[in-house]
Design a protein around this ligand. Sequence first.
Ligand code: ATP
Ligand code: MG
Ligand code: FE
Length: 334
Amino acid sequence: INILAIESSCDETSASVISDGKILNNIVATQSVHEKYGGVVPELASRAHQQHLVPVIHEAIETSGIDKKDLSAVAFTRGPGLMGSLMVGVSFAKSFAYSLGIPLIEVNHMEAHILAHFIDDPKPDFPFICLTVSGGHTQLVLVKDHLEMEVIGETLDDAVGEAFDKTAKLMGLPYPGGPLIDKYAKEGNPKAFAFPVSDMPELNYSFSGIKTAVLYFLRDKIKENPQFIEENTADICASVQYTLIKMLTQKLKKAAKLHRVKNIAIAGGVSANSGLREELNRLAADLNWKVYIPKFEYCTDNAAMIAMAAHYKFLSNSFCGLDTSPLAKMKIGN
Ligand code: ATP
Ligand code: MG
Ligand code: FE
């Protein structure tokens, strides 16, 4: 089974070829046009996908050593994501599959973030709980099988990646600010400043409050000392990161206990955060968890995870028709 997979849900154009469950490559073109706007501009994203898609797919096929006519299926991200961005990938996938006379496989981007765990060893045993933390989502997912998962908790407002990025923006740091907060936090004191830890009902999250808290905190401090941010960058970053990680792990611990699961995985761009990784390893030792953290390249948006998901869908005969269309909001299990 050889599958070509395409990812274009947000601002990364990516293609990957998977052969009998083994990822052969993962070509990613990151769009830099958004940096100066401090966030992804949807219209520019879809235009950049149009420019990048053909060269990226060409490179994926070339470097895979697999001939186009030996492809068994074409897979694509159907959603969730930006409508214009998804449209580019979906349209291309449809026409490519049609021209080769091979089936189409639609993939849910959030399921794929989780299935990235099956690219390399060690692979998690079922059932496991996956904390998916990205720029657009924060979810606790109970994973019973490759294609059987259930959202057991999620954010009721902002995603945690957004909280990282918005804090960075308030501090005057460039987009995306998450990795910079992580970097500065390493030199700072996580207890230097206290920010409120939200506690939503059940296994849900809220990350919109901290953004406002940081906004007012900085405004008041700058009134006293205009150099406050410059002089305290590391401590502010460490304190905000500490608070965000506390909120994430608080519910993760609750979910693990409630569902009596000790296999814990993280997925999504924020799982690159070194503070979160450290805390999870600490909890693993403390609570006897087995913690799974994917390779960085498979944490952020990539087509290898789409290919991995497509492989399992191929095995379960799950194909879609040429009348498929993108879904900006697509639920897990949909
Ligand atoms: P979604 O998958 O929900 O559609 P997305 O694809 O935009 O959203 P990803 O690409 O998975 O999200 O992740 C991007 C997010 O990860 C950004 O918010 C970015 O700031 C954050 N991020 C990346 N590295 C780090 C890090 N080391 N620490 C904190 N945040 C990080
Ligand atoms: Mg992204
Ligand atoms: Fe993503």
